[in-house]
Design a protein around this ligand. Structure first.
Ligand SMILES: CC(C)(COP(=O)(O)OP(=O)(O)OC[C@H]1O[C@@H](n2cnc3c(N)ncnc32)[C@H](O)[C@@H]1OP(=O)(O)O)[C@@H](O)C(=O)NCCC(=O)NCCS
Length: 172
């Protein structure tokens, strides 16, 4: 079933709501490390001089209510030496009451359309191994689990390691 929802580009003034949805996504993922990104970071990094990400929102409205943002996606463009132009899907989230109505698929499709328009050859993203629903959703849309098919491991240099390495120090 499809629910009446509008998918549109986010504006700077949406970032407080998007920030609260990011907290919901983190709670859903039961992450130990909490986001350090603030509403101001989102405003500056998404809508400042050098924008680092794109954001779209899904909005629903009834006759007697103002439009309400019920979901969002954050993505950005990059480059892969294997594939060429690519997009990275950072977040895709819908409030629980609005799931399984086709809105997630519309958000994903909007990101896909933007990537195709920029001549991207692939979109990459990560899903927690415990997020069975998320994995089923992506697989229903034809996404390949490359941890299974290509055995990739995901690594990170966090803030402290970054600073240490930048100063020439080795990992402890
Ligand atoms: C993942 C998420 C965005 C999907 O959005 P949604 O609106 O519920 O999904 P849709 O209703 O658009 O579903 C689209 C398709 O996915 C399939 N699907 C959705 N959830 C599914 C599930 N739990 N099991 C199997 N298939 C599922 C549907 O069958 C549908 O496929 P079809 O149209 O080809 O039949 C949403 O569930 C969500 O926000 N989850 C929590 C956050 C999250 O896990 N995000 C992804 C990882 S960052």
């Amino acid at each position: 079933m499809s629910q009446a929802a509008t998918v549109r580009d986010a504006v700077c003034g949406d970032m407080a709501v998007v920030w609260s949805l990011i907290q919901e996504l983190e709670a859903h993922e039961k992450l130990k490390r909490k986001s350090s990104v603030t509403v101001e970071d989102l405003k500056n990094d998404g809508f400042g001089e050098q924008s680092s990400f794109k954001c779209i929102v899904a909005e629903t409205s009834t006759e007697d209510q103002c439009p309400t943002i019920v979901g969002y996606a954050i993505y950005f463009f990059g480059y892969s030496s294997s594939w060429g132009r690519m997009a990275y899907l950072e977040d895709l989230y819908l409030k629980p009451d609005f799931r399984k109505k086709g809105i997630g698929k519309r958000l994903l499709r909007t990101v896909v359309e933007a990537a195709v328009q920029r001549c991207c050859r692939m979109i990459q993203f990560v899903v927690l191994s415990t997020n069975e629903e998320g994995k089923k959703f992506y697989e229903s849309q034809g996404c390949e689990n490359i941890t299974e098919t290509e055995a990739w491991h995901l690594y990170r240099l966090g803030p402290e390691q970054l600073q240490r390495l930048a100063r020439g120090g080795a990992a402890e």
